[in-house]
Design a protein around this ligand. Sequence first.
Ligand code: NAP
Length: 292
Amino acid sequence: MIKRLTVIGVGLIGGSLALALRRAGEVGHVTGVGRSLANLELAEQRGIIDAYTTNAAEAVTQADMVVIAVSVGASGEIFNTVRSALPASAVITDVGSAKGSVVAAARTALGDRFPRFVAGHPIAGTEHSGAGAAFVDLYVDHKVVLTPEPDTDQDALAQVGAMWTAVGADVISMPVDAHDRALAATSHLPHLLAFNLVDMLAQHEDGESIFDFAAGGFRDFTRIASSSPQMWTEIALANRDAVLASGRDYAERFEALLLALERGDSEALLAIFESARHTRNRNIVQVRKDGE
Ligand code: NAP
Protein backbone atom coordinates (compact mmCIF):
# COMPACT_ATOMS: atom_id res chain seq x y z
CA MET A 1 0.00 0.00 0.00
CA ILE A 2 1.22 3.51 -0.83
CA LYS A 3 0.68 5.76 2.19
CA ARG A 4 1.26 9.09 0.47
CA LEU A 5 1.06 9.38 -3.30
CA THR A 6 1.85 12.54 -5.28
CA VAL A 7 0.55 12.72 -8.85
CA ILE A 8 2.15 15.48 -10.89
CA GLY A 9 -0.23 15.99 -13.83
CA VAL A 10 -3.75 14.93 -12.86
CA GLY A 11 -5.06 14.21 -16.35
CA LEU A 12 -6.32 11.10 -18.12
CA ILE A 13 -3.32 8.94 -17.20
CA GLY A 14 -2.37 10.25 -13.72
CA GLY A 15 -6.00 10.72 -12.67
CA SER A 16 -7.05 7.22 -13.79
CA LEU A 17 -4.14 5.69 -11.85
CA ALA A 18 -5.13 7.53 -8.65
CA LEU A 19 -8.79 6.51 -9.07
CA ALA A 20 -7.84 2.87 -9.63
CA LEU A 21 -5.43 2.77 -6.66
CA ARG A 22 -8.18 4.18 -4.45
CA ARG A 23 -10.69 1.58 -5.60
CA ALA A 24 -8.12 -1.16 -4.93
CA GLY A 25 -7.57 0.24 -1.41
CA GLU A 26 -3.88 0.57 -2.23
CA VAL A 27 -3.39 4.26 -1.44
CA GLY A 28 -3.84 6.44 1.63
CA HIS A 29 -3.51 10.13 0.76
CA VAL A 30 -3.23 11.54 -2.77
CA THR A 31 -1.80 14.99 -3.53
CA GLY A 32 -2.31 16.34 -7.05
CA VAL A 33 -0.08 18.87 -8.78
CA GLY A 34 -0.90 20.90 -11.87
CA ARG A 35 -0.70 24.37 -13.35
CA SER A 36 -4.39 25.22 -13.59
CA LEU A 37 -6.58 25.33 -10.49
CA ALA A 38 -9.68 24.48 -12.52
CA ASN A 39 -8.35 21.02 -13.41
CA LEU A 40 -7.18 20.35 -9.84
CA GLU A 41 -10.53 21.45 -8.38
CA LEU A 42 -12.30 19.11 -10.78
CA ALA A 43 -9.95 16.28 -9.73
CA GLU A 44 -10.76 16.93 -6.07
CA GLN A 45 -14.52 17.06 -6.78
CA ARG A 46 -14.30 13.74 -8.62
CA GLY A 47 -12.53 12.16 -5.62
CA ILE A 48 -9.33 11.58 -7.58
CA ILE A 49 -7.15 13.53 -5.13
CA ASP A 50 -7.40 14.61 -1.49
CA ALA A 51 -5.40 17.82 -1.76
CA TYR A 52 -3.65 19.86 -4.41
CA THR A 53 -1.02 22.47 -5.03
CA THR A 54 0.66 24.10 -8.00
CA ASN A 55 4.04 23.72 -6.29
CA ALA A 56 5.59 20.38 -7.29
CA ALA A 57 8.53 20.62 -4.85
CA GLU A 58 6.20 21.23 -1.88
CA ALA A 59 3.99 18.33 -2.99
CA VAL A 60 6.73 15.68 -2.84
CA THR A 61 8.25 16.40 0.58
CA GLN A 62 6.07 13.76 2.34
CA ALA A 63 5.59 11.39 -0.59
CA ASP A 64 6.29 7.65 -0.63
CA MET A 65 5.55 7.45 -4.36
CA VAL A 66 5.70 10.25 -6.95
CA VAL A 67 4.06 9.69 -10.35
CA ILE A 68 4.97 12.19 -13.05
CA ALA A 69 2.11 12.18 -15.57
CA VAL A 70 2.72 15.37 -17.55
CA SER A 71 3.57 15.49 -21.27
CA VAL A 72 7.04 14.12 -22.10
CA GLY A 73 8.43 17.57 -22.93
CA ALA A 74 7.56 18.88 -19.46
CA SER A 75 9.03 16.04 -17.40
CA GLY A 76 12.66 17.30 -17.45
CA GLU A 77 11.65 20.52 -15.73
CA ILE A 78 9.65 18.53 -13.13
CA PHE A 79 12.66 16.30 -12.30
CA ASN A 80 14.73 19.46 -11.71
CA THR A 81 12.04 21.03 -9.54
CA VAL A 82 11.48 18.04 -7.25
CA ARG A 83 15.01 16.67 -6.95
CA SER A 84 16.08 18.38 -3.74
CA ALA A 85 12.65 18.04 -2.09
CA LEU A 86 12.30 14.25 -2.54
CA PRO A 87 12.55 12.15 0.63
CA ALA A 88 15.45 9.66 0.37
CA SER A 89 13.08 6.69 0.51
CA ALA A 90 10.60 7.99 -2.08
CA VAL A 91 10.15 6.17 -5.37
CA ILE A 92 9.62 8.25 -8.48
CA THR A 93 8.13 7.05 -11.75
CA ASP A 94 6.61 8.42 -14.94
CA VAL A 95 4.13 7.40 -17.65
CA GLY A 96 5.56 9.11 -20.73
CA SER A 97 4.92 7.61 -24.17
CA ALA A 98 8.62 7.91 -25.18
CA LYS A 99 11.29 6.67 -22.79
CA GLY A 100 14.80 7.53 -24.09
CA SER A 101 14.54 11.29 -23.67
CA VAL A 102 12.75 11.02 -20.31
CA VAL A 103 15.33 8.61 -18.88
CA ALA A 104 18.18 10.87 -20.07
CA ALA A 105 16.51 13.92 -18.49
CA ALA A 106 15.90 12.03 -15.24
CA ARG A 107 19.51 10.84 -15.07
CA THR A 108 20.82 14.40 -15.50
CA ALA A 109 18.36 16.07 -13.14
CA LEU A 110 18.11 13.46 -10.39
CA GLY A 111 21.85 12.74 -10.07
CA ASP A 112 22.52 10.33 -7.19
CA ARG A 113 18.73 9.92 -6.72
CA PHE A 114 18.35 8.44 -10.20
CA PRO A 115 18.30 4.78 -8.95
CA ARG A 116 14.97 5.55 -7.21
CA PHE A 117 13.44 6.47 -10.60
CA VAL A 118 11.61 3.78 -12.58
CA ALA A 119 10.56 4.79 -16.10
CA GLY A 120 7.18 3.44 -17.17
CA HIS A 121 4.55 3.60 -19.89
CA PRO A 122 1.00 2.27 -19.60
CA ILE A 123 -0.14 0.99 -23.00
CA ALA A 124 -3.63 2.29 -22.42
CA GLY A 125 -5.36 5.55 -23.18
CA THR A 126 -7.96 7.48 -25.07
CA GLU A 127 -8.00 10.65 -27.16
CA HIS A 128 -9.40 12.66 -24.21
CA SER A 129 -7.44 14.82 -21.75
CA GLY A 130 -7.63 16.28 -18.26
CA ALA A 131 -9.05 15.13 -14.92
CA GLY A 132 -12.55 14.95 -16.44
CA ALA A 133 -11.35 12.19 -18.79
CA ALA A 134 -9.92 9.95 -16.02
CA PHE A 135 -11.71 6.65 -15.40
CA VAL A 136 -11.15 3.84 -12.96
CA ASP A 137 -10.92 0.86 -15.36
CA LEU A 138 -8.39 2.34 -17.77
CA TYR A 139 -5.58 -0.07 -16.87
CA VAL A 140 -7.48 -3.31 -16.35
CA ASP A 141 -5.96 -6.00 -18.62
CA HIS A 142 -3.62 -3.51 -20.28
CA LYS A 143 0.14 -3.77 -20.50
CA VAL A 144 2.42 -1.41 -18.59
CA VAL A 145 6.00 -1.34 -19.83
CA LEU A 146 8.76 -0.54 -17.32
CA THR A 147 12.21 0.28 -18.72
CA PRO A 148 14.63 -0.07 -15.77
CA GLU A 149 18.31 0.81 -16.20
CA PRO A 150 21.20 -1.27 -14.81
CA ASP A 151 21.45 1.06 -11.80
CA THR A 152 17.71 1.15 -11.01
CA ASP A 153 17.02 0.01 -7.40
CA GLN A 154 15.33 -3.40 -7.39
CA ASP A 155 13.17 -2.26 -4.48
CA ALA A 156 11.93 0.80 -6.44
CA LEU A 157 11.25 -1.40 -9.47
CA ALA A 158 9.26 -3.84 -7.33
CA GLN A 159 7.18 -1.03 -5.79
CA VAL A 160 6.28 0.47 -9.17
CA GLY A 161 5.46 -2.98 -10.57
CA ALA A 162 3.24 -3.72 -7.57
CA MET A 163 1.42 -0.38 -8.01
CA TRP A 164 0.47 -1.22 -11.60
CA THR A 165 -0.43 -4.82 -10.78
CA ALA A 166 -2.78 -3.50 -8.08
CA VAL A 167 -4.80 -1.62 -10.73
CA GLY A 168 -5.17 -4.69 -12.93
CA ALA A 169 -2.33 -4.09 -15.38
CA ASP A 170 0.01 -6.68 -16.86
CA VAL A 171 3.53 -5.40 -16.10
CA ILE A 172 6.44 -6.14 -18.43
CA SER A 173 10.04 -4.86 -18.54
CA MET A 174 12.06 -4.05 -21.62
CA PRO A 175 15.07 -1.93 -22.62
CA VAL A 176 14.44 1.74 -23.43
CA ASP A 177 15.52 1.44 -27.09
CA ALA A 178 13.31 -1.57 -27.73
CA HIS A 179 10.35 0.27 -26.18
CA ASP A 180 10.91 3.39 -28.26
CA ARG A 181 11.27 1.45 -31.54
CA ALA A 182 8.16 -0.64 -30.87
CA LEU A 183 6.01 2.32 -29.84
CA ALA A 184 7.24 4.44 -32.75
CA ALA A 185 5.84 1.77 -35.08
CA THR A 186 2.62 0.86 -33.27
CA SER A 187 1.55 4.18 -31.74
CA HIS A 188 3.56 7.23 -32.75
CA LEU A 189 3.54 6.62 -36.52
CA PRO A 190 -0.22 5.82 -36.56
CA HIS A 191 -0.88 9.12 -34.74
CA LEU A 192 1.17 11.03 -37.33
CA LEU A 193 -0.70 9.29 -40.17
CA ALA A 194 -4.10 10.07 -38.64
CA PHE A 195 -3.27 13.74 -37.99
CA ASN A 196 -1.80 14.07 -41.49
CA LEU A 197 -4.73 12.47 -43.29
CA VAL A 198 -7.32 14.62 -41.53
CA ASP A 199 -5.21 17.72 -42.17
CA MET A 200 -4.92 16.81 -45.86
CA LEU A 201 -8.70 16.44 -46.15
CA ALA A 202 -9.23 19.68 -44.24
CA GLN A 203 -7.52 21.40 -47.17
CA HIS A 204 -9.54 19.51 -49.78
CA GLU A 205 -10.79 21.51 -52.75
CA ASP A 206 -14.40 20.73 -51.76
CA GLY A 207 -13.76 22.22 -48.32
CA GLU A 208 -14.89 20.52 -45.13
CA SER A 209 -18.04 19.20 -46.83
CA ILE A 210 -15.80 16.25 -47.80
CA PHE A 211 -16.32 15.02 -44.23
CA ASP A 212 -20.06 14.55 -44.95
CA PHE A 213 -18.94 11.41 -46.76
CA ALA A 214 -16.80 10.08 -43.92
CA ALA A 215 -18.28 6.88 -42.46
CA GLY A 216 -17.23 4.30 -39.86
CA GLY A 217 -13.93 3.42 -41.51
CA PHE A 218 -12.76 7.02 -41.51
CA ARG A 219 -13.96 7.49 -37.93
CA ASP A 220 -12.08 4.37 -36.75
CA PHE A 221 -8.91 5.24 -38.63
CA THR A 222 -8.78 8.87 -37.46
CA ARG A 223 -10.12 8.67 -33.87
CA ILE A 224 -6.63 9.35 -32.55
CA ALA A 225 -6.42 12.60 -34.54
CA SER A 226 -8.67 14.03 -31.79
CA SER A 227 -5.79 13.57 -29.30
CA SER A 228 -3.92 16.53 -27.82
CA PRO A 229 -1.82 18.20 -30.57
CA GLN A 230 0.61 19.58 -27.98
CA MET A 231 1.16 16.16 -26.37
CA TRP A 232 1.72 14.44 -29.71
CA THR A 233 4.11 17.11 -30.97
CA GLU A 234 6.19 16.48 -27.85
CA ILE A 235 6.05 12.69 -28.25
CA ALA A 236 7.08 12.83 -31.93
CA LEU A 237 10.04 15.06 -31.10
CA ALA A 238 11.00 13.06 -28.00
CA ASN A 239 11.18 9.84 -30.06
CA ARG A 240 12.31 11.53 -33.27
CA ASP A 241 14.87 8.98 -34.54
CA ALA A 242 12.65 5.94 -34.12
CA VAL A 243 9.58 7.74 -35.53
CA LEU A 244 11.60 8.93 -38.52
CA ALA A 245 12.87 5.39 -39.20
CA SER A 246 9.35 3.98 -39.01
CA GLY A 247 7.87 6.84 -41.03
CA ARG A 248 10.47 6.49 -43.82
CA ASP A 249 9.87 2.74 -43.98
CA TYR A 250 6.14 3.43 -44.24
CA ALA A 251 6.63 6.11 -46.96
CA GLU A 252 8.67 3.65 -49.05
CA ARG A 253 6.07 0.93 -48.70
CA PHE A 254 3.23 3.32 -49.46
CA GLU A 255 5.04 4.46 -52.60
CA ALA A 256 5.43 0.78 -53.62
CA LEU A 257 1.70 0.26 -53.07
CA LEU A 258 0.88 3.31 -55.22
CA LEU A 259 3.18 2.04 -57.98
CA ALA A 260 1.41 -1.34 -57.89
CA LEU A 261 -1.90 0.49 -58.22
CA GLU A 262 -0.58 2.63 -61.07
CA ARG A 263 0.46 -0.41 -63.09
CA GLY A 264 -2.82 -2.21 -62.30
CA ASP A 265 -0.98 -4.97 -60.44
CA SER A 266 -3.89 -6.71 -58.69
CA GLU A 267 -1.65 -9.54 -57.47
CA ALA A 268 0.64 -7.14 -55.61
CA LEU A 269 -2.31 -5.26 -54.08
CA LEU A 270 -4.05 -8.48 -53.06
CA ALA A 271 -0.86 -9.84 -51.48
CA ILE A 272 -0.47 -6.71 -49.30
CA PHE A 273 -4.14 -6.59 -48.30
CA GLU A 274 -4.33 -10.33 -47.51
CA SER A 275 -1.16 -10.30 -45.45
CA ALA A 276 -2.40 -7.24 -43.55
CA ARG A 277 -5.82 -8.75 -42.87
CA HIS A 278 -4.43 -12.04 -41.61
CA THR A 279 -1.89 -10.29 -39.40
CA ARG A 280 -4.47 -7.93 -37.93
CA ASN A 281 -6.99 -10.70 -37.29
CA ARG A 282 -4.33 -12.81 -35.57
CA ASN A 283 -2.89 -10.05 -33.39
CA ILE A 284 -5.38 -7.25 -32.89
CA VAL A 285 -9.01 -8.27 -33.27
CA GLN A 286 -9.13 -10.18 -29.95
CA VAL A 287 -7.27 -7.39 -28.14
CA ARG A 288 -10.17 -4.99 -28.18
CA LYS A 289 -9.20 -2.91 -25.18
CA ASP A 290 -5.71 -1.85 -26.23
CA GLY A 291 -5.18 1.91 -26.22
CA GLU A 292 -2.27 4.16 -26.94
P1 NAP B 1 -3.47 15.07 -19.91
O1 NAP B 1 -4.80 14.43 -19.76
O2 NAP B 1 -3.36 16.34 -20.69
O3 NAP B 1 -2.86 15.30 -18.46
C1 NAP B 1 -1.67 15.94 -18.22
C2 NAP B 1 -1.88 16.81 -17.00
O4 NAP B 1 -0.62 17.38 -16.65
C3 NAP B 1 -2.84 17.94 -17.25
O5 NAP B 1 -3.93 17.79 -16.38
C4 NAP B 1 -2.02 19.20 -16.97
O6 NAP B 1 -2.80 20.08 -16.19
C5 NAP B 1 -0.81 18.70 -16.20
N1 NAP B 1 0.44 19.40 -16.52
C6 NAP B 1 0.94 19.69 -17.73
N2 NAP B 1 2.13 20.30 -17.61
C7 NAP B 1 2.37 20.38 -16.29
C8 NAP B 1 3.44 20.92 -15.53
N3 NAP B 1 4.50 21.49 -16.12
N4 NAP B 1 3.37 20.83 -14.19
C9 NAP B 1 2.32 20.25 -13.59
N5 NAP B 1 1.27 19.73 -14.27
C10 NAP B 1 1.30 19.81 -15.58
O7 NAP B 1 -2.44 14.07 -20.59
P2 NAP B 1 -2.40 12.48 -20.47
O8 NAP B 1 -3.11 11.93 -21.65
O9 NAP B 1 -2.80 12.09 -19.11
O10 NAP B 1 -0.86 12.22 -20.72
C11 NAP B 1 0.08 12.36 -19.69
C12 NAP B 1 1.31 11.55 -20.02
O11 NAP B 1 0.92 10.20 -20.26
C13 NAP B 1 2.07 11.98 -21.28
O12 NAP B 1 3.45 11.95 -21.02
C14 NAP B 1 1.71 10.93 -22.32
O13 NAP B 1 2.80 10.71 -23.21
C15 NAP B 1 1.46 9.71 -21.46
N6 NAP B 1 0.53 8.75 -22.02
C16 NAP B 1 -0.63 9.18 -22.60
C17 NAP B 1 -1.53 8.25 -23.11
C18 NAP B 1 -2.82 8.68 -23.75
O14 NAP B 1 -3.46 7.89 -24.44
N7 NAP B 1 -3.27 9.90 -23.53
C19 NAP B 1 -1.25 6.89 -23.00
C20 NAP B 1 -0.08 6.48 -22.36
C21 NAP B 1 0.81 7.42 -21.87
P3 NAP B 1 -2.54 21.66 -16.26
O15 NAP B 1 -2.58 22.00 -17.72
O16 NAP B 1 -3.61 22.25 -15.46
O17 NAP B 1 -1.19 21.86 -15.68
